[in-house]
Design a protein around this ligand. Sequence first.
Ligand code: ADP
Ligand code: MG
Ligand code: ZN
Length: 484
Amino acid sequence: MSDYEAVIGLEIHIELNTQSKMFCDCEVAFAGEPNTRTCEVCLGMPGSLPVTNEKAIQYIAKLGLALNCEIANFTQFHRKNYFYPDMPKDYQISQFDLPVAGKGYLDIESDTGEFKRIGITRAHIEEDTGKMLHISRTGRIHGADYSLVDFNRAGTPLAEVVTEPDIRNPDDARIFMQSLRNIALHLGISDVNMEEGSLRVDANVSLRKVGQKELGTKTEVKNMNSFRALKRALDFEIARHTKLLEAGERVVQETRHWDDAGGKTTSLRSKEEAHDYRYFPEPDLVPLTLKPSYIEEIRATLPELPEARRKRFEDQYSLVPHDARVLSFEKAVGDFFEESAKDYKNYKSLVNWIMGEFSYHLNNQGLAIDECALTPKHLVQLLKMIDDNTISGKIAKEVFDEMFNTGKLPSVIVEEKGLTQITDQSEIEKVVDMVLEENPQAVTDLKEGKDRALGFLVGQVMRLTKGKASPELVNKLLWEKIKQ
Ligand code: ADP
Ligand code: MG
Ligand code: ZN
């Protein structure tokens, strides 16, 4: 056991999916032909003037409200000055001491089932920068021969959420991010896709002696493109800090880069090289007064959020707390469940299939529930076919596999492959007689009370009928014949 505990705070950027950009009417979209969604404003031409996108203000206020933040009545934009080629104005329009959303919190549930309150320091709105592409003609790994800049992303509204240093381990950091992502999806304000960069996270981490109040020296890690990368990067940093501190050395405050392939972080820049952003109020934009009535109007548009949905799942569908939690953890999973539940009322069975067979297949292929060919209609049809004895539970798994891979409806698969369950008693009886005749030892065993022999005999019948015999009928017939 280490004497140290980890302290983690996150800085998160979320690209908002408004129709137009933050300060101009260029379209917001992902990728596309480079530099086709630009104008003099988002290219930072001298003399061009920004105009605030009201929708983006509503979105950040929604996010702030969902994170239990105080929403400012008076908010202002600031210029954050620094030079980088992806931002030709040489400043980013951001917020400084008057963000839209101030202090708040998000309750997360640890893997241990424990609830933890993570403080939100603030949530503000800013504009995204362009995207750099570093091209190497010679194929060398380090450095580039030239760089290209794509300004399609420049000016996309960006929400920045900063947490208090309240997170204590990498798994909780991951769960916080998953919860935040889920909230953004429920609010419909972003695609929050880590691979595509519409959800980005920088993680600050330090160590301190257990029981110590003061915070230790932190490092900030950038460039994690998945939840898994976030967890791995934090594990790596915590191990690195621990080693340094246990050797009596000091952690250098610096920004570090996560190298996912190499599984390690490397130094990007130290505190000494840190920027002085010389923030000052943006003179081209008027400060905004958000009246309490305006904020209440926005609050009234908030949809049901994950926590409320979870509780409703327990009440409306009589789900046990664990099932309700798993089903509401991801919006798309909850949506799939509810869509299916409209046409299928054995909720427990539905939950078992979604959490069992379905998620097993999804995990195997690394797919999200809304990325596969299977729809609620498929699953409901399959479950109904089990219920009315058209197919056995065993065959259902085979059909599931096929419909997952092909997107064909179960009725079509069962028809094509002739998988309909044999419920004709005389047909099964023939097979049962045959099996009993061929396995006298098992019959004797069973008569002597060795129940395991029954399983063996049932198995033989199922094998000969290729799994199509109704297991209940097989059981019933076997018992009847043996008792004779
Ligand atoms: P900086 O000025 O270096 O950007 P901030 O005070 O703005 O630092 O904090 C940035 C993020 O780092 C926040 O999420 C905060 O919770 C977190 N943080 C601050 N100090 C520490 C620390 N000692 N250890 C871990 N996280 C920290
Ligand atoms: Mg900071
Ligand atoms: Zn533009």
